[in-house]
Design a binder for this molecule. Structure first.
Ligand code: FAD
Length: 319
């Protein structure tokens, strides 16, 4: 089914999990086992990221996520190195798998390049992709787009590291164009300053963006990943977080525990502002996300679903 990110009941909090296609067979096996355990916690939906070099795997994973685990699945789709034909092919495949949700993205520049270049016979932006999905498939797909509480990293920054106000405004206007073209849901880039996220939601509402805006939560699980992501996304890191991490940065376990504590506090603040949806960048790790959900009282003890062995037979039959 299409994702409905609005909670059905007044106090119900919806949460969702994001995964990336693993690089090895061992990784794929591990991810299947993890999905099996995570599915028992009934996420509202889950999604699989896209990179052109792993397209086949994203399509296969999306099929398993939707049809073996029976959880509404959203596949990311980008314009990087993708012609319109390859985009259409991917959309056709997921349609035939009964998947009804797409996260339409421009995508990052191809590996080793620092500027996005439109593929030959392809699209220049997420806006083009949203329009294309709507033109070609009507309202079959629920279309989601990315939103940037601190503006897209290409937007010029001031000395304080924050985006210029003109750049921020242009980014918002452009986001509205993606919504006006047919996107029904926004998932945000990661952030660590919750006030920036709350201001972003407010600013979106001010300019007439009315669809649900789902905060992207990134549980810190190790220093390397944290530094890589925040420098890539040009994320502002509040000074108290820098200070807390500075004192424990060589202790992996302490960093993980702090990541869970911080993630819990960020989610609490968001939920306290009446926002009832949380999207977790799991980076294919299980414990940080589950610990945060447990701290929030949104899940209880580890549940066990149908034994994976029976699913593995289904998976074999499918491929
Ligand atoms: P766009 O919406 O096209 O915008 C990119 C930038 O260009 C913005 O600053 C926008 O303001 C500007 N811009 C573009 N066109 C115009 C225009 N006509 N007028 C004015 N400004 C314009 N990357 C992957 O490779 N695979 C993934 O699976 C993936 N998943 C992601 C999931 C989420 C939730 C998020 C937030 C990001 C994800 N990314 C992924 C990263 C994303 O691809 C990059 O951030 C990329 O650089 C921009 O993609 P976009 O869809 O936001 O682009």
């Amino acid at each position: 089914e299409k994702i409905n990110a609005a909670s059905k009941e007044e106090n119900q909090v919806l949460f969702s999990f994001e995964y990336f296609p693993p690089r090895t067979h061992v990784g794929a096996d591990r991810l299947l086992q993890q999905l099996d355990r995570m599915s028992a916690h009934s996420p509202a939906y889950w999604d699989i990221t896209w990179r052109d070099s792993a397209a086949k795997l994203s399509l296969e994973m999306a099929n398993v996520m939707q049809n073996i685990f029976s959880i509404d699945t959203m596949m990311h789709l980008t314009c990087t190195k993708m012609s319109i034909e390859t985009i259409d092919h991917a959309l056709q495949i997921i349609k035939s798998q009964g998947i009804q949700n797409v996260l339409a993205l421009r995508g990052d520049p191809p590996l080793g390049q620092d500027k996005f270049v439109k593929a030959e016979g392809g699209f220049e932006s997420a806006l083009d992709l949203v329009k294309h999905v709507r033109n070609k498939h009507g309202d079959y797909f629920g279309v989601t787009v990315a939103g940037y509480p601190e503006a897209h990293p290409d937007v010029p920054r001031n000395d304080d590291g924050l985006p210029s106000s003109e750049g921020y405004q242009n980014d918002l206007v452009y986001l509205k164009r993606k919504v006006d073209a047919g996107a029904e849901l926004i998932i945000t880039q990661l952030f660590f300053d919750t006030n920036i996220f709350l201001k972003f939601v407010n600013d979106c509402r001010q300019i007439g963006i009315n669809c649900p805006i789902v905060p992207g939560i990134f549980p810190i699980s190790d220093m390397r990943g944290f530094l890589k992501m925040t420098s890539l996304c040009k994320t502002k890191i509040p000074s108290e977080i820098t200070a807390a991490l500075e004192s424990i940065k060589d202790n992996e376990e302490a960093v993980r525990a702090y990541g869970i504590h911080l993630g819990t506090e960020i989610c609490k603040k968001i939920l306290g502002h009446g926002i009832k949806t949380l999207h977790f960048y799991t980076i294919n790790k299980e414990k940080p996300t589950l610990s945060i959900l447990m701290n929030l009282g949104l899940i209880s003890e580890r549940k066990v679903s149908r034994p994976l062995s029976t699913r593995q037979e289904d998976i074999k039959r499918m491929s």
